[in-house]
Design a protein around this ligand. Structure first.
Ligand code: 6PG
Length: 250
């Protein structure tokens, strides 16, 4: 079984609140310890409710937004105003509602040619971290039904990437935009904390496979932190097959 903390909460609302509590606590600790917090947002639909909670009381005023830097785990190769943009979702629900300085929102420039966007984002990361490797305080990740995370998809050559921090990718997943820019495993695995947010019964099978090992390897299993904490925050529906195993009622 993957060496990780697994937290199961009753439903998607509870998942969003637990994620908001952890986000707030981790950001406050990072700012207290290091004067700033670097947080990577995931795309997809799962984090929507979390973003809305962070933009409102009681969480919003507990977060030192002036010291927060936001990044993305991946972006679709679309303009920032496109419906498929991960940035647009976060901008509408969260960023437009909180006092984060605009130059602390490190958008992936999805409107540029993929290789140009990837190089620009990688330079942004290296400038921010003043060195070759990032060390994010918190990385939020989702899990696809095929075991992908960020835009690291099954059988992708990027799964073997050990040098680049950011790379173009292509995806065929639920009709979402195919062109992607993604963080690679080396960019994620140096994080202090990675928090997967997974909800819904459609994810129950892949959650069991990723966490318990049958089948695979899946991209999400490539998340192995060198010096950090890996946590999986699941609602009961997504954890259903895990819990069945633990109670022995196969
Ligand atoms: C993306 C995400 C992707 C997402 C998973 C889960 O750009 O789509 O980064 O990795 O997190 O596909 O998506 P849902 O939360 O919508 O199930």
């Amino acid at each position: 079984m993957m060496d990780a903390e697994i937290i199961v909460v009753p439903d998607q609302e509870a998942l969003a609140h637990e994620a908001a509590r952890r986000f707030t606590s981790l950001v406050r600790e990072a700012v207290d310890s290091r004067g700033r917090a670097s947080v990577v947002l995931s795309g997809g639909s799962t984090p929507r409710r979390l973003f809305a909670l962070l933009a409102a009381e009681p969480y919003c005023n507990q977060i030192p937004w002036e010291q927060v830097h936001l990044f993305w785990a991946d972006e679709r190769c679309v303009p920032p105003e496109d419906d498929g943009s991960n940035y647009r979702m976060a901008q509408e629900i969260l960023i437009s509602q909180v006092p984060i300085p605009p130059d602390q929102v490190h958008r992936i420039l999805g409107e540029l040619a993929p290789e140009v966007a990837a190089r620009a984002y990688e330079r942004d990361l290296q400038d921010f971290f003043c060195g070759p490797r990032p060390r994010f305080d918190l990385v939020l990740l989702g899990l696809g039904e095929d075991g992908h995370t960020a835009s690291l998809f099954p059988d992708s050559p990027l799964l073997a990437e050990r040098e680049r921090l950011v790379a173009p990718a292509t995806a065929s997943y639920q009709g979402r935009p195919a062109g992607r820019i993604t963080l690679t495993l080396p960019a994620i695995n140096t994080a202090r904390q990675v928090l997967f947010l997974v909800a819904g019964s459609a994810k129950a099978g892949i959650v069991e496979s990723v966490l318990r090992g049958p089948g695979g390897p899946f991209p999400a299993q490539g998340i192995r932190l060198t010096a950090g904490r890996l946590s999986w925050l699941l609602d009961a529906a997504a954890a259903a097959q895990l819990q069945r195993q633990e109670h022995g009622d196969r």
